[in-house]
Ligand binder design. Structure first.
Ligand SMILES: Cc1ncc(COP(=O)(O)O)c(C=O)c1O
Length: 421
């Protein structure tokens, strides 16, 4: 997290409302302007009444009803003029996340609000694949996709879609981290299989363990292996958590744009930021996104360098409103409370000698399934690593996961373990 904030500040409700309604007024108005050729309109008025009295106090719902289409990327080139008001808020949101959360220099980042972490991660792999193909004449099957075995399965989708061979480095089961030897082995075996370029996806909090990779370790390993590389950080889960929980020291340890080896970042607002689904955020250093510009999108003003195509402008408004309502210090306090609850759960498990993994800057606690009776896990909504053969169960300490809820789980756990034969 940045030490000072250029764009992010707590904003009063009235000011937020004023800003969103002004942005909507700057968008096209289908009722009052001639818009004959755009295949878009406001939401169906018979179902979503535009005059409903509560709308004047509901900027997000009003944006949903007005239904702006944020198709394309608004930090690069031209955009559709019809939705310029709300696109401006999206641009502000991208800059806020890049500069004030991930230490980018102002004006140096492209990005957009994607459908989710899956899309944002695939967008990154697509971008780097095309860049290596164009700049170095590489073929897709020579560009390896590298990640840890704990990475989210969207990387398997990316490899499959993009025709890139996938290499997963094994993690140490004790601390879920990658060793230099394992990275060396992984990269050398890829080279032997004909790989000449590397696209790395490093994790800022994995789905199951909340574990965090060291991007610099990957970067050094690629340099030692003589492989040109691009590195993407998957902060789909951790992007709105880890920078606030890790403290300045740890985020400086290279998990943001201050590290020149980090080229792009995913952070999902629909996870820890409690935004509506459809709010994956993709950020990339300038100079890359043009590699996925699709000139065939010639009817879209500015063409299109996103994977998704049409997307709701209301999603950007929702995330921007959430962040501005809390402000950076309010956000840090929110994460501080979740960290305290998570630490409490971890200490309770340690007292009971239940084996678990937790990264110190994470709100995920992952317990050995052998120590948790299945009925207790089910009754308290714990999530297994595999529904067929669970080896681990996780608790994710979200807003609604209070100490009371955790305590009830522990009480049940104690009872069940006492009753065990
Ligand atoms: C680390 C990580 N990356 C990517 C994703 C995929 O995100 P989405 O479900 O928004 O596509 C997830 C989802 O849980 C995740 O935890």
């Amino acid at each position: 997290m940045a030490a000072s904030f250029r764009f992010w500040r707590r904003t009063e409700r009235e000011e937020l409302h004023r800003r969103v309604f002004a942005a909507l007024a700057d968008n096209v108005n289908y009722d009052h302007q001639p818009v004959l050729g755009v295949p878009a309109s406001s939401l169906d008025d018979d179902v979503f009444n535009q005059d409903a009295h509560f709308l004047k106090d509901a900027p997000f719902i009003s944006t949903m009803v007005a239904n702006p289409n944020h198709i394309g990327c608004h930090t690069f080139g031209e955009s559709e003029s019809y939705f310029k008001g709300t696109q401006e808020i999206e641009r502000e949101l991208i800059e806020l996340c890049a500069v004030d959360i991930f230490g980018a220099q102002p004006g140096q980042t492209d990005g957009y609000v994607a459908s989710g972490g899956t899309e944002a991660n695939i967008q990154a792999m697509w971008m780097y694949r095309n860049a290596f193909v164009r700049q170095d004449g590489a073929r897709a099957h020579q560009i390896g996709l590298f990640c840890s075995a704990d990475s989210h399965y969207c990387v398997d989708k990316a490899a499959n879609l993009l025709g890139m061979p996938l290499f997963k480095a094994a993690v140490d089961p004790k601390n879920r981290s990658l060793s230099d030897d394992e990275l060396h082995r992984c990269l050398e075996s890829a080279k032997q299989a004909g790989i000449t370029h590397a696209v790395v996806m490093a994790n800022m909090m994995t789905t199951m363990f909340g574990s965090v990779d060291a991007p610099s370790q990957w970067a050094e390993a690629c340099r030692r292996a003589g492989l040109p590389f691009r590195l993407h950080l998957d902060g789909a889960f951790g992007g709105f958590y880890f920078p606030f929980a890790s403290g300045e020291q740890q985020s400086q340890s290279a998990l943001d744009f201050r590290n020149p080896d980090v080229h792009s970042i995913t952070l999902d607002a629909h996870k820890m930021a409690q935004a509506p689904y459809g709010t994956g955020i993709f950020l990339a250093r300038k100079g890359f996104i043009e590699h996925v510009l699709t000139p065939a999108a010639s009817y879209v003003s500015g063409e299109d360098c996103t994977l998704i195509g049409s997307r709701s402008g209301a999603n950007a408004i929702a995330v921007w409103m959430i962040l501005q309502t809390h402000g950076p210090h309010g956000w840090a306090e929110k994460i501080y409370i979740l960290q305290k609850r998570t630490a409490w759960l971890a200490s309770q498990l340690a007292e009971r000698e239940i084996p678990f993994f937790r990264h110190p800057a994470s709100n995920i606690v992952t317990m050995r399934a052998s120590a948790i009776p299945e009925e207790t896990a089910q009754a308290h909504g714990l999530v297994p690593d595999s529904h067929q053969h669970p080896e681990w169960f996780k608790v994710v300490v979200m807003d609604h996961v209070t100490i009371e809820r955790l305590d009830a789980f522990l009480e049940d756990l104690d009872r069940a373990r006492k009753d065990e034969p």
